[in-house]
Each structure stands twice: as structure tokens, then as C-alpha cells.
Design a protein around this ligand. Structure first.
Ligand code: AGP
Length: 625
């Protein structure tokens, strides 16, 4: 939520800020703004809506400055309008703040500051920080001391960027339970919430750790703790040559379409990194192909550690939660370890029943989702073993989990997760095989067979994607639906949930996912001609029962759609529309069945003229609880 950027050097700041903001627009697109120091005066330019609106404003105004900060907003406090857009100013109009996070005690601070005569211009929590610094600056004249004092009054999690025309050669940055990266070039410095924005300019980066303040000059940075003690940490040189972070549609109409098509490649990369061939062991002790930072990814759970694990708990949100549900099924089947999956935000405010016999797995594409980070932190504090699955080895999640698996997806630009979902599922298959190998819950022959089948999945995914045109044409028959019900059983129940989430976020058509057996217990009441049912129907132990559930829906006059395998005559007879996939073992089928549902959501949303890469009200990285 919200992205912060900064630039200080000898080039024009506005184009650099704009280009950095473009990399962060996934974090929110309610408004955007910059503050620059032009001829010794602070100048602020803001625009409601997408970054392109700010771009127009900057092109008109052409601010001349070599220092500035910028922001892209996902509204939390105050509606998305110009007043609430960042940067926010103090009463003197000489100091500007950009902020990511939530100041939980802002109402108390606002009343206190108003009582002292400060005038507030926005409804945001952010503005209190500008006024707090202003107060102290009046007394001390020293920015670092003033910022330290301000943060000592703040409750919550936040990252800040600060510029003042009184200090025109310095940008100040603060990180408290968020992520901020400083990039250092030759006499130039960059600041951003996500290192992707910085790495387009320099490979020398320094991450702010928790509760640190950075005093950023041209090509130099000094770090301080909140106590004012200097921190000695050198920048690291990262490899920017892999191209894993190239932000380019590559000829596709949308990033989303491109990212769906990348799934077989991503699957090959993720599987290939940890599993070389069917007879090799799963090996997580390899570095990051993405080379984002110094962190390396490893799972170091020995047979002894694993035999002490009595329970696995997966915490995640949204699509990552659905990957966790697939993971539960896989781990329980192969390892026999009871596995629960919890929506991370529901882990707050209750006593977590975890201990040293629990392995808690946090799944997060961004590695920055506040709910997920809080849940895993609390589990760790209770002695649980921890493991992170993420696409971002430079994220906060990697710093707080003892074991780490990185999905090799490259950057996912579209706000809706697609390739990272299938890659997260792939990691659960690999993890289950890894655990089974160590605890001996599956015979070596069966393990090799499963590994062989898993390694063959990318080819089958390619076959599904090659049917894109047929899927498009069949999907558009249902673009007028008022509501859509998705059903699946077993390992495909999470795919029903994920299918419904994708359709909702992309097309804004209401949709719900259910375990197919639950349909008759209530949801069947909503069915009529305008409420189609989409069933995921893959041959296996649950096939007959899923088919019966579909018949129940058919008897209520609903339009019937199935994701079914080639040659399934029952499906052809029962359903009005069949989105077919190549034959696949039920156990691995989620890696295939989700793809037609992603495509269906995309084509319907595009047909309805939705903003598929940046759906309304959403942000890709949800960094508030
Ligand atoms: C996915 O399409 C969503 N936009 C959203 O549900 C997302 O999966 C969720 O916010 C979790 O994000 P994370 O994986 O970065 O933690």
C-alpha cells in the first residue's frame, strides 16, 4: 500500500521520481504526488487517480529541481482526492512528508497538535508527522533530532520520506516495520519502498533495517537508530543483469495476459531450481536465481527437525491463502502431517496454539503483506519453526523466517496474482516431496514417479494456454452473468475459491467459491439463469460426487460450465460449456485447472472494459493490517 520514492543528485528529479513511481504503481493508484525543491522553495504537485495524471501535470509544470520525494497512494485515511494525496506539508509549507503505513495514534496526536495551533489540511494520519517534526525543528533547528523526536511519538508501522527547503541537500527516510531501500550512484542517491525502483539506476543498494533513520546526501547515506546512534552498514552490490525485473508487456495487451502465459516458463524455473530430475532429491539449499540481494534461499529442516513437527500451520492472504489450501492437501497426502491453513489476518488478537512442534509457513508473493508478517512473527515468538514462500528474496518476510523458498517468477506487475499462484503451489509440491523424502512417508519409487509427473506439468500448462482462443470464445458467452458460483472438491476446492477471487477482482462480477458438496447446503438458493455454476471436474476419487453436485445445480436451471479433461463424455453431456484441459492426475490437477479460470476472468473483464492490470480499489502489496 502506497509507494515512496526519492531522488537527490545532479539530474532533473521529476523524471526520475516519475519513473520510480511507475515501478511502484502496483502498490496503489488512488493518487500520486511529488515534492521538489525548486530555486530554494518547496514545490508540491499532486494528482488524483493514476500516475498518468501526475505525468501530465509534471509535463505541463516542468519543475526544475535535483532533489525530491514522491508517492503513489492506496487510500486508508481519507477519500482519494487531492487534499489527501501525498506529499503532506507542515504549517510553514517548507517541509514535505510521504508515508507508507498507518499511524495508529494519529487522532490523539492530531488533537494535541491542533490544540497547539497547527492547521491540518487533509484527513490523513500522515499529516501529523509533518507537524510533529515542524514543532521540534522550531526548537532544535536540527532535522535528525526532530525526526527522532517525532518517531518517538508515533505508534504503528510506517516508512517515511522527508524533504525540507531548509535542508536542500538532504533527503531523510525512516523505516519502522516496513521496507525502504536506498540506492547509491556516483553523486546520486535514490530512495524507494521497493528495490525494483532503485535497481533501474544503480546496483549499490542499502536496505533500511527496522527502526532506522537514513540521512541521504548525493551518493552517500548515513544510518541512525531511533536512539540517534550511528549504524555502520555498507551497501551491497546486487546483480541486475538477469533481466528478472524487466517491466515490459512484451507485445501482450496486458501484463496479466503476459503473466498468465509465463506460467510454464516460471514453473520450469521454479521446479528446475530445486529438482534436477525425477531421481534427484529436492534440494532447497541453492542461491537465488533472481539475485536481488545478498540473501540466499534455503530450507534446512533435517529428518530430526521434521520428526518433531506434529502440525503444520500455513498463514497467508488472498491468492496466497488459496495456494496454502492446495499445500494442505498435498502435505497431508504425502507426509501425513496435520496441516491447517489460516487467513493471516484472523491470527491476530487470539492466542496462537503453536509451539516448537509446529512448522508455520508464511506464503506471500510480495513478502510484505502486513497480516502475513504479523502472523509469522507471532508464531516465531512462540517457538514455532518458520518457513517463508515468496517471490521476493529481498522482502521483509525473508528476514523473519528461518527457512525460505523463493518462487522464480520475476516481477509480477498485474495486481491480480496468476503466475505466482501456480509457482507457490509448485513450491508446496516440492516441499511435500522434500519432507516425505526425509521422514520416509513415501517409497523411493513412488517419489520418483511423483517427481517425474511434476516435472512434466509445464508442457501440459503450455497445452492449456494454447487453447486461449477457444477459452475466450466460450468464456464470453457468460460475460453477462450477475453472479457466478465456482465449485470444486478436494485439491480443486481451493481452485474454486481462486477462480471466484480472480473473477471478482478482475471483472467486478460477484462470485463465490464453494466445496462442491456444500452447494446443496445453502448456496444453491442463489442459482437461476443469470447465475452460472463453474465446476472443476477432474477424473479421480472425487469425480463422481462432483458430477452429482453439478447435476443438482443443473436441475435449478443454472448455466453450467466445467473445467474438465479431454475426452470426458459426461462433462460434454452435463455442461453447457466445457473448458477442456489435457488429461492430468487429480493430485497435480490444480496446476492446470486454474489456468482456464484465470483466462475466463481475464477475457470477461477485458470484454467489460475493466482495468485488468490495476482493478479498482486494489493494491498489489497490502502493507497495512
Ligand atoms: C491476488 O490476486 C490478490 N490481489 C491478493 O489476494 C493477494 O494474493 C494478497 O493480497 C496476498 O498478497 P501477497 O501474496 O503479496 O502476500
Amino acid at each position: 500500500m502506497c509507494g515512496i520514492v526519492g531522488y537527490l543528485g545532479f539530474s532533473q528529479a521529476a523524471p526520475v521520481l516519475l519513473s520510480s513511481l511507475r515501478c511502484l504503481e502496483y502498490r496503489g493508484y488512488d493518487s500520486a504526488g511529488v515534492a521538489v525543491i525548486e530555486n530554494g522553495q518547496l514545490a508540491v504537485l499532486k494528482a488524483t487517480g493514476k500516475l498518468s495524471n501526475l505525468e501530465v501535470l509534471l509535463a505541463e509544470q516542468k519543475p526544475q529541481s535535483t532533489i525530491g520525494i514522491g508517492h503513489t497512494r492506496w487510500a486508508t485515511h481519507g477519500v482519494p482526492n487531492n487534499n489527501n494525496a501525498h506529499p503532506h506539508l507542515d504549517c510553514t509549507g517548507t517541509l514535505a512528508i510521504v508515508h507508507n503505513g498507518i499511524i495508529e495514534n494519529y487522532q490523539t496526536l492530531r488533537s494535541e497538535l491542533t490544540g497547539r495551533g497547527h492547521l491540518f489540511k487533509s484527513d490523513t494520519d500522515t499529516e501529523v508527522v509533518a507537524h510533529l517534526i515542524e514543532d521540534q525543528l522550531k526548537q532544535t533547528g536540527d532535522m535528525l533530532t526532530s525526526i527522532r523526536h517525532a518517531v518517538s511519538r508515533l505508534e504503528g508501522a510506517y516508512a517515511l520520506g522527508v524533504v525540507s527547503q531548509r535542508f536542500p541537500e538532504t533527503i531523510y527516510a525512516v523505516n519502522h516495520r516496513y521496507s525502504l531501500t536506498v540506492g547509491l550512484g556516483d553523486n546520486e542517491s535514490y530512495l524507494a519502498s521497493d528495490s525494483v525502483a532503485v535497481r533501474q539506476y544503480t546496483n549499490r543498494i542499502l536496505r533500511l533495517e527496522q527502526s532506522e533513520i537514513a540521512e541521504i546526501g548525493q551518493g552517500v547515506v548515513k544510518l541512525y537508530s531511533f536512539d540517534g546512534i550511528a549504524v555502520d552498514r555498507q551497501p551491497v552490490v546486487v546483480d541486475t543483469s538477469t533481466g528478472a525485473f524487466v517491466i515490459d508487456k512484451a507485445g501482450y495487451k496486458h501484463f496479466l495476459l503476459k503473466e498468465m502465459h509465463e506460467q510454464p516458463t516460471v514453473m520450469r524455473q521454479t521446479l528446475g531450481k530445486y529438482l534436477k530430475h525425477p531421481n534427484a532429491p529436492v534440494d532447497f539449499s541453492v542461491g537465488n536465481a533472481s539475485s536481488i540481494g545478498s540473501e540466499s534461499c534455503a530450507v534446512n529442516l533435517t529428518a530430526e527437525d521434521l520428526s518433531g513437527v506434529h502440525r503444520i500451520l500455513v498463514v497467508a492472504c488472498g491468492t496466497a491463502y488459496h495456494a496454502g489450501l492446495v499445500g494442505k492437501y498435498i502435505i497431508e497426502s504425502l507426509c501425513g502431517i496435520p496441516t491447517e491453513v489460516e487467513v493471516a489476518s484472523e491470527m491476530r488478537g487470539r492466542d496462537l496454539l503453536v509451539n516448537q512442534h509446529t512448522l508455520t509457513i508464511a506464503v506471500s508473493q510480495s513478502g510484505e503483506t502486513a497480516d502475513t508478517l504479523s502472523a509469522i512473527t507471532e508464531a516465531a515468538s512462540k517457538g514455532s519453526l518458520t518457513l517463508g514462500i515468496t517471490n521476493r528474496p529481498d522482502s521483509h518476510l525473508c528476514h523473519i523466517t528461518s527457512n525460505l523458498i523463493v518462487t522464480e517468477c520475476g516481477i509480477e506487475v498485474s495486481v491480480a496474482a496468476t503466475k505466482t499462484f501456480t509457482a507457490q503451489c509448485a513450491c508446496f509440491y516440492l516441499l511435500a516431496l522434500y519432507i516425505a523424502e526425509r521422514i520416509g512417508s513415501v517409497s523411493p519409487e513412488r517419489l520418483s514417479q511423483l517427481k517425474g509427473e511434476l516435472l512434466a506439468i509445464p508442457i501440459l500448462q503450455e497445452q492449456v494456454l494454447s487453447r486461449e482462443n477457444e477459452i475466450k470464445q466460450k468464456s464470453l458467452r457468460h460475460a453477462g452473468a450477475r453472479d457466478v458460483v465456482f465449485v470444486g472438491r478436494g485439491v480443486n476446492y481451493p481452485i474454486a475459491l481462486e477462480g471466484a477471487l480472480k473473477l471478482k477482482e478482475l471483472s467486478y462480477i460477484h462470485a463465490s467459491g464453494y466445496a462442491a458438496g456444500e452447494l446443496k447446503h445453502g448456496p444453491i438458493a442463489v442459482l437461476d439463469r443469470d447465475v452460472p455454476v463453474i465446476s472443476i471436474l477432474v477424473p479421480g476419487a472425487l469425480y463422481e460426487k462432483t458430477l452429482s453436485n453439478a447435476q443438482e445445480a443443473r436441475a435449478r436451471n443454472a448455466q453450467m460450465i466445467a473445467v474438465a479433461v479431454d475426452g470426458d463424455d459426461n462433462a460434454q453431456k452435463t455442461f453447457d460449456t466445457v473448458l477442456s484441459i489435457p488429461p492430468v492426475d487429480e493430485f497435480f490437477s490444480p496446476l492446470l485447472t486454474v489456468i482456464p479460470l484465470q483466462l475466463l476472468s481475464y477475457f470477461i473483464a477485458d470484454h467489460l472494459g475493466r482495468d485488468v492490470d490495476q482493478p479498482r480499489n486494489l493494491a498489489k502489496s497490502v502493507t497495512v493490517e
